[in-house]
Design a binder for this molecule. Structure first.
Ligand SMILES: C[S@@+](CC[C@H](N)C(=O)[O-])C[C@H]1O[C@@H](n2cnc3c(N)ncnc32)[C@H](O)[C@@H]1O
Length: 323
């Protein structure tokens, strides 16, 4: 029997993202998460003169060469993390762009191929890295102290049984396969068929976020977008869970100038913070019922978007860690 072909990645909220980018023919845009190229293709179809598309996964870059060839020189693929977009664009002679799109998370090509080690449903080597370098999930579960594993599961998976699961992982070392890890987690969390959510979902999400440093990447990507967007440029970010959405929401709130409510009992503070770098922050957009019916992976997607002002970028956002 031959293995089933992975389903092609169906772009999520693509019409809404392109509307938020408001592409004007002749402009230059960044697709920070190329994946299967759904967003890049849509941006090119709107008449963008240049699209710089980033992906940290060499397999995505390789698979995108056909789109590059058919783009008439308008699409450039950049095998780089989006947090480094300023440096990568600068190295290509580009200092300012008109739009930045980010579609955070993993693609169907990554999730559905057991050999990439993301899936708790199909057995494969425990890897979960989007790119070729860094610590793999195998390295992490076999070497990290129990307390660190519990911390990762609690913070990145919002797993209430983090300690119990971490203890079970450490007791079962060495672990080499996704199937083994899923079974350990289910046993520790008391999984039974018919349960609403497989507890392996949360553990796998947490380890994936940790291994790929995804929240710090998102934070770095937002700051990089602020640096490369021209005045009037548009930012559109799609996220897939509350940890990520919270970061985007907080970033735009801060950058659009909202100050935390102050107590009237405190002395008047100096209100001269940095000038807002974003404006016209749109209400969050979620997929339509029709999109959800056609693509279950669109579930829990949220798009947030805003327009860049002419103010200088803020040097540093946040503390650099969400743990
Ligand atoms: C959800 S998919 C994007 C799908 C794409 N919008 C499409 O329509 O096909 C996310 C992609 O972004 C890549 N990615 C995730 N984090 C990244 C980062 N920090 N830098 C560059 N690429 C990243 C992943 O490797 C994956 O291919």
């Amino acid at each position: 029997m031959t293995a089933a072909q992975p389903r092609p990645h169906v772009p999520v909220l693509v019409d809404e993202v392109v509307a938020a980018l408001a592409v004007v023919p002749g402009e230059t845009h960044v697709d920070g998460t190329f994946g299967a190229g759904g967003y890049s293709k849509a941006i090119l179809e709107k008449g963008a003169a240049r699209v710089f598309a980033f992906d940290r996964d060499p397999e995505a870059i390789e698979a995108g060469q056909a789109l590059v060839a058919s783009s008439g020189g308008r699409l450039t693929l950049v095998p780089e993390r989006f947090s480094r977009m300023r440096q990568a664009l600068s190295a290509r002679g580009v200092e300012r762009v008109d739009g930045v799109a980010l579609d955070i998370g993993v693609s169907s090509m990554q999730l559905d191929r057991p050999e990439r080690g993301f899936s708790f449903q199909a057995d494969g080597p425990l890897d979960m890295r989007m790119g070729p370098d860094g610590e793999s999930a195998t390295d992490f579960v076999n070497n990290a102290p129990e307390a660190e594993i519990a911390d990762v599961l609690y913070h990145y998976g919002e797993e209430r049984q983090a300690r119990r699961i971490a203890r079970a992982i450490v007791a079962a070392r060495p672990i080499a396969r996704t199937g083994e890890l899923a079974a350990i987690v289910r046993r520790a969390a008391g999984y039974h068929p018919g349960m609403k959510k497989d507890p392996a979902t949360r553990t796998f999400q947490a380890i994936r976020i940790h291994v790929n440093d995804e929240l710090n990447e998102l934070e770095g990507g937002l700051a990089a977008a602020e640096q490369v967007l021209a005045p009037g440029g548009r930012l559109a970010v799609v996220t897939f869970h509350s940890l990520e959405d919270r970061i985007v929401k907080r970033f735009l709130k801060e950058r659009a100038g909202a100050r935390p409510a102050r107590s009237r009992h405190l002395p008047a503070a100096n209100e001269d913070g940095p000038a807002p770098t974003f404006e016209a922050v749109a209400r969050p957009v979620t997929p339509s019922a029709a999109e959800l019916a056609a693509n279950p992976r669109a579930r829990s997607a949220t798009l947030r978007s805003a327009r860049r002002t002419a103010a200088a970028p803020v040097p540093r956002f946040g503390e650099g860690s969400y743990r």
